[in-house]
Ligand binder design. Structure first.
Ligand SMILES: Cc1cc2nc3c(=O)[nH]c(=O)nc-3n(C[C@H](O)[C@H](O)[C@H](O)COP(=O)(O)OP(=O)(O)OC[C@H]3O[C@@H](n4cnc5c(N)ncnc54)[C@H](O)[C@@H]3O)c2cc1C
Length: 357
Protein backbone atom coordinates (compact mmCIF):
# COMPACT_ATOMS: atom_id res chain seq x y z
CA UNK A 1 0.00 0.00 0.00
CA UNK A 2 1.31 3.47 -0.93
CA UNK A 3 0.52 6.79 0.78
CA UNK A 4 0.56 10.00 -1.25
CA UNK A 5 0.56 13.31 0.64
CA UNK A 6 -1.10 16.07 -1.40
CA UNK A 7 -3.86 15.99 -4.02
CA UNK A 8 -2.45 18.63 -6.35
CA UNK A 9 -1.42 17.85 -9.93
CA UNK A 10 1.49 15.72 -8.62
CA UNK A 11 -0.61 13.52 -6.31
CA UNK A 12 -3.37 13.16 -8.91
CA UNK A 13 -0.93 12.36 -11.75
CA UNK A 14 0.74 9.71 -9.59
CA UNK A 15 -2.65 8.22 -8.69
CA UNK A 16 -3.50 8.02 -12.41
CA UNK A 17 -0.17 6.31 -13.16
CA UNK A 18 -0.62 3.82 -10.28
CA UNK A 19 -4.17 3.03 -11.45
CA UNK A 20 -2.69 1.92 -14.79
CA UNK A 21 -0.56 -0.52 -12.82
CA UNK A 22 -3.44 -1.68 -10.64
CA UNK A 23 -1.67 -0.61 -7.49
CA UNK A 24 -3.51 0.50 -4.37
CA UNK A 25 -2.83 3.84 -2.71
CA UNK A 26 -4.40 6.48 -0.49
CA UNK A 27 -4.04 10.20 -1.16
CA UNK A 28 -4.19 12.45 1.91
CA UNK A 29 -5.12 16.07 1.21
CA UNK A 30 -5.19 18.77 3.87
CA UNK A 31 -7.82 20.79 2.02
CA UNK A 32 -9.73 19.83 -1.13
CA UNK A 33 -8.40 18.29 -4.34
CA UNK A 34 -6.42 20.93 -6.30
CA UNK A 35 -6.42 23.35 -3.35
CA UNK A 36 -3.58 25.48 -4.77
CA UNK A 37 -5.61 26.03 -7.91
CA UNK A 38 -8.70 26.96 -5.86
CA UNK A 39 -6.85 29.66 -3.98
CA UNK A 40 -5.47 31.65 -6.94
CA UNK A 41 -7.57 34.26 -8.77
CA UNK A 42 -10.00 32.49 -11.13
CA UNK A 43 -9.03 34.61 -14.13
CA UNK A 44 -5.28 34.08 -13.70
CA UNK A 45 -4.04 32.39 -16.86
CA UNK A 46 -1.67 29.43 -16.71
CA UNK A 47 1.76 30.03 -18.18
CA UNK A 48 2.07 27.15 -20.59
CA UNK A 49 -0.21 25.74 -23.32
CA UNK A 50 -2.91 23.20 -22.50
CA UNK A 51 -1.20 20.30 -24.29
CA UNK A 52 1.84 20.64 -22.01
CA UNK A 53 -0.25 20.84 -18.81
CA UNK A 54 -3.02 18.29 -19.27
CA UNK A 55 -2.57 15.21 -17.06
CA UNK A 56 -4.56 12.71 -19.13
CA UNK A 57 -4.82 12.21 -22.88
CA UNK A 58 -8.61 11.96 -22.65
CA UNK A 59 -8.86 15.65 -21.67
CA UNK A 60 -6.42 16.83 -24.35
CA UNK A 61 -9.09 18.00 -26.78
CA UNK A 62 -11.38 19.59 -24.17
CA UNK A 63 -9.52 22.85 -24.85
CA UNK A 64 -7.52 24.10 -27.77
CA UNK A 65 -4.15 22.35 -27.21
CA UNK A 66 -2.26 25.62 -27.77
CA UNK A 67 -4.41 27.76 -25.46
CA UNK A 68 -3.36 29.12 -22.06
CA UNK A 69 -6.47 28.58 -20.01
CA UNK A 70 -7.66 30.41 -16.87
CA UNK A 71 -6.77 28.68 -13.59
CA UNK A 72 -10.44 27.76 -13.09
CA UNK A 73 -10.42 25.64 -16.27
CA UNK A 74 -7.34 23.80 -15.07
CA UNK A 75 -8.97 23.23 -11.67
CA UNK A 76 -11.96 21.58 -13.42
CA UNK A 77 -9.51 19.29 -15.23
CA UNK A 78 -7.93 18.34 -11.88
CA UNK A 79 -11.35 17.66 -10.35
CA UNK A 80 -12.41 15.47 -13.30
CA UNK A 81 -9.14 13.54 -13.22
CA UNK A 82 -9.32 13.06 -9.44
CA UNK A 83 -12.92 11.86 -9.69
CA UNK A 84 -11.78 9.05 -12.03
CA UNK A 85 -9.07 7.78 -9.65
CA UNK A 86 -9.52 4.24 -8.37
CA UNK A 87 -7.52 4.87 -5.19
CA UNK A 88 -8.84 6.44 -2.03
CA UNK A 89 -8.68 10.25 -1.81
CA UNK A 90 -9.10 11.56 1.73
CA UNK A 91 -9.76 15.31 1.77
CA UNK A 92 -9.52 17.67 4.78
CA UNK A 93 -6.84 15.44 6.31
CA UNK A 94 -3.51 17.13 6.96
CA UNK A 95 -0.56 14.82 7.42
CA UNK A 96 1.47 16.18 10.33
CA UNK A 97 4.22 13.59 10.56
CA UNK A 98 5.61 10.22 9.57
CA UNK A 99 7.47 7.49 11.40
CA UNK A 100 9.53 4.52 10.23
CA UNK A 101 8.54 1.19 11.73
CA UNK A 102 11.13 -1.50 12.60
CA UNK A 103 10.15 -3.50 9.48
CA UNK A 104 10.99 -0.51 7.22
CA UNK A 105 7.37 0.45 6.52
CA UNK A 106 6.00 3.90 7.38
CA UNK A 107 3.02 5.19 9.33
CA UNK A 108 1.49 8.62 8.96
CA UNK A 109 -0.06 10.92 11.56
CA UNK A 110 -3.08 13.11 10.96
CA UNK A 111 -4.94 15.00 13.71
CA UNK A 112 -4.12 12.45 16.39
CA UNK A 113 -4.86 9.46 14.11
CA UNK A 114 -2.29 6.95 12.89
CA UNK A 115 -2.51 5.52 9.33
CA UNK A 116 -0.60 2.66 7.77
CA UNK A 117 1.63 0.80 7.61
CA UNK A 118 2.69 1.96 4.13
CA UNK A 119 5.44 0.37 2.06
CA UNK A 120 6.13 3.76 0.46
CA UNK A 121 5.19 7.37 1.17
CA UNK A 122 5.22 9.98 -1.61
CA UNK A 123 5.47 13.59 -0.48
CA UNK A 124 3.69 15.67 -3.16
CA UNK A 125 2.97 18.75 -1.06
CA UNK A 126 4.22 21.31 -3.60
CA UNK A 127 5.46 24.80 -2.85
CA UNK A 128 2.32 26.86 -2.54
CA UNK A 129 1.66 26.22 1.18
CA UNK A 130 5.03 27.80 2.00
CA UNK A 131 5.31 31.41 0.74
CA UNK A 132 8.85 32.87 0.94
CA UNK A 133 9.78 36.21 2.51
CA UNK A 134 12.28 38.49 0.75
CA UNK A 135 15.95 37.73 1.26
CA UNK A 136 17.38 39.66 3.02
CA UNK A 137 14.16 40.28 4.93
CA UNK A 138 13.05 43.67 6.27
CA UNK A 139 11.47 44.80 9.52
CA UNK A 140 8.11 46.50 9.70
CA UNK A 141 6.44 48.42 12.52
CA UNK A 142 3.06 47.25 11.21
CA UNK A 143 2.11 50.71 9.91
CA UNK A 144 1.51 49.39 6.36
CA UNK A 145 -0.29 46.34 5.03
CA UNK A 146 2.35 43.80 3.95
CA UNK A 147 0.87 40.75 2.25
CA UNK A 148 2.19 37.85 0.19
CA UNK A 149 0.83 37.38 -3.33
CA UNK A 150 -0.32 33.93 -2.15
CA UNK A 151 -3.02 35.72 -0.14
CA UNK A 152 -4.60 37.29 -3.26
CA UNK A 153 -7.77 35.27 -3.80
CA UNK A 154 -9.35 37.67 -6.31
CA UNK A 155 -7.69 40.57 -8.07
CA UNK A 156 -10.67 42.78 -7.17
CA UNK A 157 -9.61 42.45 -3.52
CA UNK A 158 -6.55 44.59 -4.42
CA UNK A 159 -8.90 47.60 -4.46
CA UNK A 160 -8.80 47.55 -0.64
CA UNK A 161 -5.08 48.48 -0.81
CA UNK A 162 -5.76 51.80 -2.58
CA UNK A 163 -4.63 54.90 -0.63
CA UNK A 164 -5.02 57.92 -2.91
CA UNK A 165 -1.99 58.41 -5.16
CA UNK A 166 0.39 56.36 -3.02
CA UNK A 167 1.85 53.36 -4.84
CA UNK A 168 1.42 49.73 -3.86
CA UNK A 169 5.00 48.45 -3.86
CA UNK A 170 5.31 44.97 -5.33
CA UNK A 171 8.48 43.13 -4.27
CA UNK A 172 9.76 40.76 -6.96
CA UNK A 173 10.68 40.64 -10.63
CA UNK A 174 9.20 37.45 -12.01
CA UNK A 175 5.84 36.24 -13.30
CA UNK A 176 3.72 36.86 -10.18
CA UNK A 177 5.14 40.36 -9.71
CA UNK A 178 4.18 41.11 -13.33
CA UNK A 179 0.66 39.69 -12.93
CA UNK A 180 0.15 41.76 -9.76
CA UNK A 181 1.36 44.95 -11.46
CA UNK A 182 -1.12 44.42 -14.32
CA UNK A 183 -3.99 43.71 -11.91
CA UNK A 184 -3.20 46.95 -10.01
CA UNK A 185 -2.88 48.94 -13.23
CA UNK A 186 -6.24 47.56 -14.49
CA UNK A 187 -7.79 49.05 -11.33
CA UNK A 188 -5.94 52.39 -11.66
CA UNK A 189 -4.01 51.73 -8.47
CA UNK A 190 -0.49 53.24 -8.67
CA UNK A 191 2.20 50.58 -8.47
CA UNK A 192 5.97 50.32 -8.19
CA UNK A 193 8.39 47.40 -8.22
CA UNK A 194 11.06 46.79 -5.60
CA UNK A 195 13.79 44.63 -7.14
CA UNK A 196 17.17 43.20 -6.16
CA UNK A 197 18.50 42.81 -9.68
CA UNK A 198 17.44 43.79 -13.19
CA UNK A 199 14.18 42.52 -14.72
CA UNK A 200 14.16 40.25 -17.74
CA UNK A 201 10.98 40.31 -19.81
CA UNK A 202 9.60 37.44 -21.82
CA UNK A 203 9.41 38.22 -25.53
CA UNK A 204 5.99 39.32 -26.74
CA UNK A 205 4.09 39.26 -30.04
CA UNK A 206 3.29 36.73 -32.79
CA UNK A 207 6.92 35.75 -33.46
CA UNK A 208 7.55 35.27 -29.73
CA UNK A 209 4.41 33.11 -29.51
CA UNK A 210 5.63 30.92 -32.39
CA UNK A 211 9.05 30.60 -30.76
CA UNK A 212 7.47 29.65 -27.46
CA UNK A 213 5.30 26.95 -29.04
CA UNK A 214 8.32 25.59 -30.90
CA UNK A 215 10.28 25.66 -27.62
CA UNK A 216 7.99 23.11 -25.97
CA UNK A 217 8.50 20.73 -28.90
CA UNK A 218 12.28 21.33 -28.82
CA UNK A 219 12.26 20.75 -25.06
CA UNK A 220 10.78 17.27 -25.59
CA UNK A 221 13.52 16.44 -28.10
CA UNK A 222 16.22 17.92 -25.84
CA UNK A 223 14.95 15.86 -22.88
CA UNK A 224 15.04 12.69 -24.99
CA UNK A 225 18.64 13.47 -26.04
CA UNK A 226 19.81 14.44 -22.51
CA UNK A 227 17.75 12.50 -19.96
CA UNK A 228 17.92 14.08 -16.50
CA UNK A 229 19.04 17.50 -17.76
CA UNK A 230 18.93 19.93 -14.83
CA UNK A 231 19.11 23.72 -14.97
CA UNK A 232 17.54 26.87 -13.55
CA UNK A 233 14.02 26.98 -14.90
CA UNK A 234 12.34 30.00 -13.32
CA UNK A 235 10.17 31.84 -15.86
CA UNK A 236 10.75 35.57 -16.27
CA UNK A 237 8.16 38.37 -16.21
CA UNK A 238 5.74 38.55 -19.15
CA UNK A 239 6.71 41.22 -21.70
CA UNK A 240 4.12 43.33 -23.54
CA UNK A 241 2.17 45.57 -21.13
CA UNK A 242 4.48 44.95 -18.17
CA UNK A 243 7.47 46.06 -20.18
CA UNK A 244 5.66 49.17 -21.46
CA UNK A 245 4.58 50.18 -17.93
CA UNK A 246 8.15 49.85 -16.65
CA UNK A 247 9.84 51.51 -19.64
CA UNK A 248 7.37 54.43 -19.57
CA UNK A 249 8.10 54.93 -15.86
CA UNK A 250 4.41 54.38 -14.96
CA UNK A 251 5.71 51.60 -12.72
CA UNK A 252 8.84 52.90 -11.01
CA UNK A 253 11.73 50.55 -10.22
CA UNK A 254 12.84 50.83 -6.60
CA UNK A 255 15.71 49.24 -4.63
CA UNK A 256 15.22 46.44 -2.08
CA UNK A 257 13.27 47.42 1.06
CA UNK A 258 15.27 47.71 4.29
CA UNK A 259 12.49 48.76 6.71
CA UNK A 260 8.90 49.96 7.00
CA UNK A 261 8.51 52.71 9.55
CA UNK A 262 5.53 55.01 10.23
CA UNK A 263 3.88 54.38 6.85
CA UNK A 264 7.13 54.99 4.98
CA UNK A 265 9.13 52.40 3.09
CA UNK A 266 12.88 52.78 3.53
CA UNK A 267 15.20 51.33 0.89
CA UNK A 268 18.66 49.80 0.95
CA UNK A 269 20.16 52.86 -0.82
CA UNK A 270 19.02 55.20 2.00
CA UNK A 271 16.03 56.66 0.09
CA UNK A 272 12.44 56.35 1.33
CA UNK A 273 8.90 56.63 -0.02
CA UNK A 274 5.36 56.82 1.36
CA UNK A 275 3.39 53.84 0.12
CA UNK A 276 -0.12 52.40 0.26
CA UNK A 277 0.92 48.79 0.92
CA UNK A 278 3.54 46.18 0.07
CA UNK A 279 2.81 42.97 -1.84
CA UNK A 280 5.50 40.29 -1.68
CA UNK A 281 5.79 38.42 -4.97
CA UNK A 282 8.84 36.64 -3.59
CA UNK A 283 7.96 33.08 -4.50
CA UNK A 284 7.62 29.91 -2.49
CA UNK A 285 9.80 27.32 -0.80
CA UNK A 286 9.22 23.59 -0.81
CA UNK A 287 6.49 22.63 1.67
CA UNK A 288 7.99 19.83 3.76
CA UNK A 289 6.92 20.65 7.33
CA UNK A 290 6.25 17.09 8.53
CA UNK A 291 7.40 15.75 11.90
CA UNK A 292 9.90 12.96 11.29
CA UNK A 293 10.76 14.22 7.80
CA UNK A 294 14.42 14.95 8.27
CA UNK A 295 16.32 14.37 5.03
CA UNK A 296 19.97 15.06 4.32
CA UNK A 297 20.12 18.31 2.38
CA UNK A 298 22.30 19.00 -0.65
CA UNK A 299 24.47 22.11 -1.08
CA UNK A 300 21.44 24.05 -2.38
CA UNK A 301 19.35 23.13 0.69
CA UNK A 302 17.10 20.64 -1.15
CA UNK A 303 16.60 17.07 0.12
CA UNK A 304 19.12 14.63 -1.36
CA UNK A 305 17.30 12.15 -3.58
CA UNK A 306 18.08 9.22 -5.83
CA UNK A 307 15.45 8.56 -8.49
CA UNK A 308 12.76 10.34 -6.42
CA UNK A 309 13.67 8.50 -3.19
CA UNK A 310 14.98 10.54 -0.25
CA UNK A 311 18.42 9.01 0.22
CA UNK A 312 18.40 9.14 4.02
CA UNK A 313 14.79 7.89 4.28
CA UNK A 314 14.30 4.66 2.30
CA UNK A 315 10.69 4.29 1.22
CA UNK A 316 10.00 8.05 1.20
CA UNK A 317 9.77 9.69 -2.24
CA UNK A 318 9.31 13.23 -3.54
CA UNK A 319 7.32 14.42 -6.54
CA UNK A 320 6.84 17.95 -7.95
CA UNK A 321 10.20 19.28 -6.73
CA UNK A 322 12.48 21.59 -8.71
CA UNK A 323 15.10 19.71 -10.76
CA UNK A 324 14.12 16.39 -9.17
CA UNK A 325 14.45 14.39 -12.40
CA UNK A 326 15.11 17.26 -14.81
CA UNK A 327 14.51 21.00 -15.11
CA UNK A 328 10.80 20.46 -15.76
CA UNK A 329 10.12 18.55 -12.54
CA UNK A 330 8.29 21.37 -10.73
CA UNK A 331 6.13 22.19 -13.76
CA UNK A 332 3.04 20.37 -14.90
CA UNK A 333 4.71 18.96 -18.00
CA UNK A 334 7.50 17.53 -15.83
CA UNK A 335 5.22 16.38 -13.03
CA UNK A 336 3.09 14.21 -15.36
CA UNK A 337 6.18 12.50 -16.79
CA UNK A 338 7.84 12.09 -13.38
CA UNK A 339 4.61 10.56 -12.02
CA UNK A 340 4.89 7.76 -14.61
CA UNK A 341 8.58 7.26 -13.81
CA UNK A 342 7.90 7.16 -10.08
CA UNK A 343 4.99 4.74 -10.51
CA UNK A 344 7.33 2.37 -12.41
CA UNK A 345 9.94 2.72 -9.65
CA UNK A 346 7.41 2.01 -6.91
CA UNK A 347 6.22 -1.12 -8.69
CA UNK A 348 9.81 -2.31 -9.25
CA UNK A 349 10.70 -1.70 -5.61
CA UNK A 350 7.63 -3.38 -4.24
CA UNK A 351 8.58 -6.81 -5.55
CA UNK A 352 6.30 -8.28 -2.91
CA UNK A 353 2.61 -8.49 -2.20
CA UNK A 354 2.37 -5.49 0.09
CA UNK A 355 2.14 -2.94 -2.70
CA UNK A 356 -0.17 -5.02 -4.83
CA UNK A 357 -3.97 -4.87 -4.44
C1 LIG B 1 -1.70 29.90 -10.51
C2 LIG B 1 -0.62 28.96 -10.92
C3 LIG B 1 -0.39 28.77 -12.25
C4 LIG B 1 0.58 27.87 -12.65
N1 LIG B 1 0.72 27.70 -13.98
C5 LIG B 1 1.56 26.74 -14.40
C6 LIG B 1 1.65 26.45 -15.80
O1 LIG B 1 0.99 27.02 -16.64
N2 LIG B 1 2.49 25.49 -16.18
C7 LIG B 1 3.24 24.80 -15.28
O2 LIG B 1 3.94 23.91 -15.69
N3 LIG B 1 3.21 25.09 -13.97
C8 LIG B 1 2.38 26.04 -13.51
N4 LIG B 1 2.33 26.31 -12.17
C9 LIG B 1 3.33 25.69 -11.26
C10 LIG B 1 3.02 24.24 -10.83
O3 LIG B 1 2.86 23.42 -11.89
C11 LIG B 1 1.82 24.23 -9.94
O4 LIG B 1 2.16 24.92 -8.76
C12 LIG B 1 1.30 22.82 -9.57
O5 LIG B 1 0.11 23.02 -8.85
C13 LIG B 1 2.27 22.00 -8.75
O6 LIG B 1 1.62 20.78 -8.41
P1 LIG B 1 1.90 20.04 -7.04
O7 LIG B 1 0.90 18.94 -6.96
O8 LIG B 1 3.32 19.74 -6.93
O9 LIG B 1 1.60 21.14 -5.91
P2 LIG B 1 0.23 21.76 -5.42
O10 LIG B 1 -0.69 22.00 -6.54
O11 LIG B 1 0.57 22.92 -4.57
O12 LIG B 1 -0.41 20.60 -4.54
C14 LIG B 1 0.10 20.24 -3.28
C15 LIG B 1 -1.08 19.75 -2.46
O13 LIG B 1 -0.58 19.24 -1.23
C16 LIG B 1 -1.46 19.61 -0.20
N5 LIG B 1 -0.71 19.53 1.06
C17 LIG B 1 0.35 20.29 1.43
N6 LIG B 1 0.78 19.91 2.65
C18 LIG B 1 -0.02 18.88 3.04
C19 LIG B 1 -0.06 18.05 4.21
N7 LIG B 1 0.80 18.22 5.22
N8 LIG B 1 -1.02 17.09 4.28
C20 LIG B 1 -1.89 16.89 3.26
N9 LIG B 1 -1.89 17.66 2.14
C21 LIG B 1 -0.96 18.64 2.04
C22 LIG B 1 -1.87 21.02 -0.58
O14 LIG B 1 -3.08 21.39 0.06
C23 LIG B 1 -2.04 20.87 -2.09
O15 LIG B 1 -3.35 20.50 -2.47
C24 LIG B 1 1.36 27.19 -11.72
C25 LIG B 1 1.15 27.41 -10.36
C26 LIG B 1 0.15 28.27 -9.97
C27 LIG B 1 -0.09 28.47 -8.50
Amino acid sequence: MIAIIGAGPAGIALGTALDRKNTTYTIFEQDRVGSTWRSVPRDLKVLSPWWTNVLTARDLLRQSPLSKVPSETYLRHLERTAARLKGKVVEWTKVTGLHRLPDGQWELYTNGLVHGPFRAVVVATGYFSNPSRPSPDFESDGSLVVMHAAEIRTYDSLASLRKGDLPVIVVGRRVTAGQTILALNDRNIPAALSIRSSIQFRRHGVLAWLREMAYYVWEEIEAALNPGLRRNSYPVMEGGRNRKLVEAGTVALLPPISRIHVGTVEFADGTSKKAAAVVLATGYALSLALDGFDPHLDAGGAPETDRFEVTSMPGVFLLGVDNLHDHRSRYLRGIRLDAKRLARRLIQLSGDASMQP
